[in-house]
Design a protein around this ligand. Structure first.
Ligand SMILES: NC(=O)C1=CN([C@@H]2O[C@H](COP(=O)(O)OP(=O)(O)OC[C@H]3O[C@@H](n4cnc5c(N)ncnc54)[C@H](OP(=O)(O)O)[C@@H]3O)[C@@H](O)[C@H]2O)C=CC1
Ligand SMILES: O=C(CO)[C@H](O)[C@H](O)COP(=O)(O)O
Length: 489
């Protein structure tokens, strides 16, 4: 459809913001038989989409927001796919001014959930629905089926749910899209998804570094190992593309591409937001936090340059010095176990945060459903998530995934290898913050006693903060600067 015959029909949905994600979602919607109105701040993106892909379905291009809104069926449904933050606020304002009560604005960007809560409230007061929909899958997912996490009123889901479900990825006949909960819940869930994505990628990165630095594999050999791992319990999109990236040769130098990429990881904010929320809620997401901080360390170029002369490993120089008889093959198998166990910990922590967020904001998140819609379409997609879904189906009140029988046995079986890998990393001086902090978390939660008792004693000493006793109820204070007798508070 061209602009000249656009008056004859109205669009089922409109997409504004036609960069990578928006353009591909718009094409996905059109390919599924929906008539899609198109808008972008710079008209060139609309023209480009129409020129390259206009024949893929029914599109109605528009040159202004007013024209865009006028081309939508009532109640109007407009999907925003622009940069999070001020850009999203600006577009919402323009849309809201042109819309009427009952119309629906969907934000598919990576918005901060508190922004979504604010926007939903403001638009509700103007009679408009606002759906904060986390969308994951990158360019390819947006086109062929992403995982979609829509949050908003249940009424708005009636209008947008079927449409979003029709373009989502499908696993075992079910769409990777479900109603998440009210206001900012969809963006909260997407935020934690990204936090888990950070942790997963950090662990994969550590596995790669240990393979090359400790076991002496080349990038191509590591690529083969990851390809092999992709058919076992670690099977996932991230493991699959790790093999692709490691196996790719730079055309200019003939070296593995990974060796010519600057080792400073970027971050756009969702990982950091996840950790900030976890800190506020008091949920120990150590895997995600280590991943965020590891990216920060990688990007601290001046600090890293100044630190090059610091002493390194003096305890050992090779694997066999640490564990005599260890060969490369068995150490690579150990890394596999360490990666798997650390991944279970990271996901357990991420799901703990989702449960805490749900309690805090009254969202009633269905953790099993979240795992189910992450099995396809999104960046962390994996069969592994089916196991998580099963765990919550068996016990919706599961206190931690580590306590699910399947995961408890899996981690127990991996534990000896995991400890060997952390030992090797420490002795050779290869940084493995994800593997080691996951192990520390595991050992902490299963410990009978923690040094927190001493910390409480110290807090009581310097600040009279009181402590509880193991043998009787109440709060107590030792009069440290007096006769050191104990008083009950
Ligand atoms: N890229 C990815 O893999 C993923 C991205 N997301 C999220 O989806 C959203 C879109 O991402 P992506 O496609 O990468 O695009 P970008 O985040 O790069 O955003 C570019 C788009 O935003 C528009 N834009 C920027 N500022 C304004 C403004 N002030 N007013 C109106 N429009 C503006 C641009 O218009 P113009 O062309 O005129 O500059 C363009 O259409 C983001 O929120 C992103 O975080 C979610 C999942 C995956
Ligand atoms: O949402 C996404 C994937 O799920 C985006 O790709 C996002 O940009 C990833 O985060 P970062 O850029 O911080 O690595």
């Amino acid at each position: 459809m061209t602009s000249s015959d656009s008056t004859s029909a109205l669009a089922d949905i409109g997409v504004t913001g036609l960069a990578v994600m928006g353009a591909n979602i718009a094409r996905n919607l059109a390919r599924h038989g929906h008539t899609v109105a198109l808008h972008n701040r710079s008209a060139s993106r609309v023209d480009e989409l129409m020129t390259k892909h206009g024949s893929e379905g029914n599109f109605i291009p528009s040159a202004s927001i007013t024209e865009f809104v006028a081309s939508l069926k009532r109640p109007r449904r407009a999907l925003i796919m622009v940069q999070a933050g001020a850009a999203t606020d600006a577009v919402i304002e323009q849309l809201a001014d042109a819309m009427e009560p009952g119309d629906i604005i969907i934000d598919g960007g990576n918005a901060l959930y508190t922004d979504t809560q604010r926007r939903e409230k403001a638009l509700r007061e103007r009679g408009l629905h606002f759906v904060g929909a986390g969308i994951s899958g990158g360019e390819e997912g947006a086109l062929n089926g992403p995982s979609i996490m829509p949050g908003g009123s249940a009424e708005s889901y009636e209008y947008v749910g079927p449409l979003l479900e029709s373009v989502a990825a499908v696993v075992e006949g079910a769409p990777c899209c479900t109603y998440i909960g009210t206001d900012g819940s969809g963006h909260y869930v997407k935020m934690v998804h990204n936090g888990i994505e950070y942790a997963d990628m950090q662990l994969i990165g550590e596995a790669y570094q240990l393979m090359t630095s400790a076991a002496g594999l080349s990038a191509n050999e590591a690529a083969e190992v990851f390809a092999e791992w992709n058919s076992g319990v670690l099977e996932s999109y991230l493991i699959e593309i790790t093999s692709e990236v490691l196996g790719h040769t730079d055309a200019e130098t003939g070296k593995p591409l990974v060796d010519v990429i600057v080792d400073a990881a970027g971050q756009k904010g969702t990982g950091r937001w996840t950790v900030k929320s976890a800190l506020d809620l008091g949920v120990p997401v150590t895997g995600i936090a280590e991943a965020v901080f590891a990216r920060a360390v990688s990007g601290s170029r001046e600090l890293r340059a100044a630190s090059q002369g610091l002493a390194g490993a003096e305890l050992a120089t090779s694997l066999t010095e640490i564990f005599p008889g260890t060969d490369v093959e068995s150490f690579v198998a150990d890394i596999h176990s360490a990666l798997y166990a650390s991944k279970v910990v990271a996901y357990a922590q991420g799901f703990d945060q989702l449960a805490a967020g749900s309690r805090e904001y009254g969202w009633d998140l269905k953790l099993g459903d979240l795992a189910r819609i992450w099995r396809g379409g999104c960046i962390i997609r994996a069969q592994f998530l089916g196991r998580i879904s099963d765990a919550y189906a068996a016990n919706p009140q599961l206190p931690s995934l580590l306590l699910d029988p399947y995961f408890r046995d899996a981690v127990e079986s991996a534990a000896a290898s995991w400890r060997r890998v952390v030992t090797v990393a420490a002795q050779l001086g290869v940084p493995a913050p994800g593997f080691s902090s996951a192990l520390a978390y595991y050992d902490s939660v299963r410990a009978k006693r923690l040094p927190a008792a001493l910390i409480q004693g110290l807090r009581d000493y310097f600040g009279a903060h009181t402590y509880e006793r193991v043998d009787k109820p109440g709060h107590f204070h030792t009069q440290w600067s007096g006769d050191r007798s104990e008083i009950s508070n």
